[in-house]
Design a binder for this molecule. Structure first.
Ligand SMILES: Nc1ncnc2c1ncn2[C@@H]1O[C@H](COP(=O)(O)OP(=O)(O)OP(=O)(O)O)[C@@H](O)[C@H]1O
Ligand SMILES: [Mg+2]
Length: 273
C-alpha cells in the first residue's frame, strides 16, 4: 500500500490489528519506551527495526500483553489491552503466534511434540486430530514427516525456524510476531527464513510483525518499516520511502547498516508490492 492508500484506510475507519499510542515504559528512572506511536497494517509484513538495546524486545512484550505499560495504549483489534486482567489477556493472546529468538524449541521433546504443544495446552482435541493438524502445518511449510521423531537439536537452524513457525501457527493466529528471526543465521539460511515469513503471510493470511536489526532482511520482506531509535518510532513507511528519508537519525542508521545498494533499490525483494 502507498502512503495515500494508508491514509484512505485510516479515513474509512478500518481498525488496525495492532496499534500503540504514546506507549511509555520506564524501569525505575530508565525510560526504555519513550512514547511509541505505531500502527501495523493488516495482512502485511511490518518490520520494527532498531539497534541493539533500542527496546525492541520490550516493545514486543508489550504488544502481546506480557508487560504492563507505564502509560499509553496498546490496541489489539481496537481494544486497549493495557488495563486488562490476566484472564482477559489470555483471550487476546490467542490472536498471536509467537516465533521466539533462537526458535525456543524444547530440546527434551520431539519435533512432533513441540508442534503439538499448543494444541495440548489450549484444546481438548483427540490424538488423531492433533496428528492430522501437525502433519498439515508441517507439509504447508515444506517440512518432511521424517523430522517428526527427531529432537530439535538434530535438525538444521533453518528447519528449527520452520518448526517454530509451525508451532506458532497451530492455533490459527491472526498476527504472527517474530523476535529477530534471522539473528545468528548465515546469509543463505537468512534468505530461506525471509521467504518462509513471506510465504506464511500469504498462505495463512496473517499480519506479520517482525522485530529486527537486520537491514538487508528488512528490505526483502517489509511492506512497512518502523524505525525505533531511542525509545521512539522516528519513521514509518514503505522501504523505499525510508531510503529517501531526510531524518538524520534514519539516514545514519541505514548508512551504518552498510546494506548492499541492490537491496535498497529493491532487487532481491520477496514481499509483493
Ligand atoms: N525488566 C527490565 N528491567 C530493567 N531494565 C530492562 C528490563 N527489560 C529491559 N530493560 C532494559 O531496556 C533496554 C532495552 O532492552 P531490550 O531487550 O528491549 O532491547 P532490544 O532492542 O531487544 O535489544 P537486543 O538487540 O539486544 O535484543 C535495555 O537497556 C535493558 O537493559
Ligand atoms: Mg531483543
Amino acid at each position: 500500500m502507498t502512503e495515500a492508500e494508508h491514509a484512505d484506510v485510516a479515513e474509512l475507519g478500518a481498525v488496525p490489528p495492532l496499534r500503540c499510542v504514546q506507549l511509555v515504559k520506564r524501569y525505575g528512572d530508565h525510560t526504555v519506551l519513550a512514547g511509541i506511536d505505531l500502527t501495523c497494517s493488516a495482512g502485511e509484513t511490518n518490520v520494527v527495526i532498531g539497534g541493539s538495546g533500542a527496546g525492541k524486545t520490550t516493545l514486543l512484550r508489550h504488544l502481546i500483553g506480557l508487560e504492563k505499560p507505564t502509560s499509553g495504549r496498546v490496541e489489539v483489534d481496537g481494544e486497549d489491552i493495557a488495563p486488562m486482567s490476566e484472564f482477559e489477556l489470555n483471550r487476546v493472546r490467542r490472536k498471536f503466534g509467537m516465533v521466539f529468538q533462537y526458535a525456543a524449541l524444547l530440546d527434551s521433546l520431539s519435533v512432533y511434540e513441540n508442534v503439538a504443544f499448543p494444541l495440548r495446552e489450549h484444546t481438548k482435541k483427540r490424538e488423531s486430530e492433533i496428528r492430522r493438524l501437525v502433519l498439515e502445518k508441517l507439509e504447508m511449510l515444506g517440512l518432511s514427516p521424517r523430522v517428526l521423531p527427531l529432537s530439535p537439536a538434530e535438525i538444521s537452524g533453518g528447519m528449527r525456524k520452520r518448526v517454530g513457525l509451525a508451532r506458532a501457527l497451530m492455533l490459527d493466529p491472526k498476527i504472527i510476531v517474530y523476535d529477530e528471526p534471522t539473528s545468528g543465521l548465515d546469509p543463505l539460511t537468512t534468505r530461506t527464513v525471509d521467504e518462509m515469513i513471506e510465504q506464511a503471510r500469504r498462505q495463512f493470511g496473517v499480519t506479520n510483525v517482525v522485530i529486527s536489526h537486520d537491514m538487508a532482511s528488512t528490505f526483502r520482506i517489509a511492506h512497512r518499516v518502523h524505525v525505533l531509535i531511542r525509545g521512539r518510532i522516528v519513521q514509518s513507511g514503505a522501504p523505499q520511502e525510508l531510503v529517501r528519508s531526510d531524518d538524520p537519525a534514519v539516514r545514519e542508521f541505514i548508512e551504518a547498516a552498510g546494506v548492499d545498494r541492490a537491496i535498497l533499490e529493491g532487487k532481491g525483494r520477496i514481499a509483493e508490492d
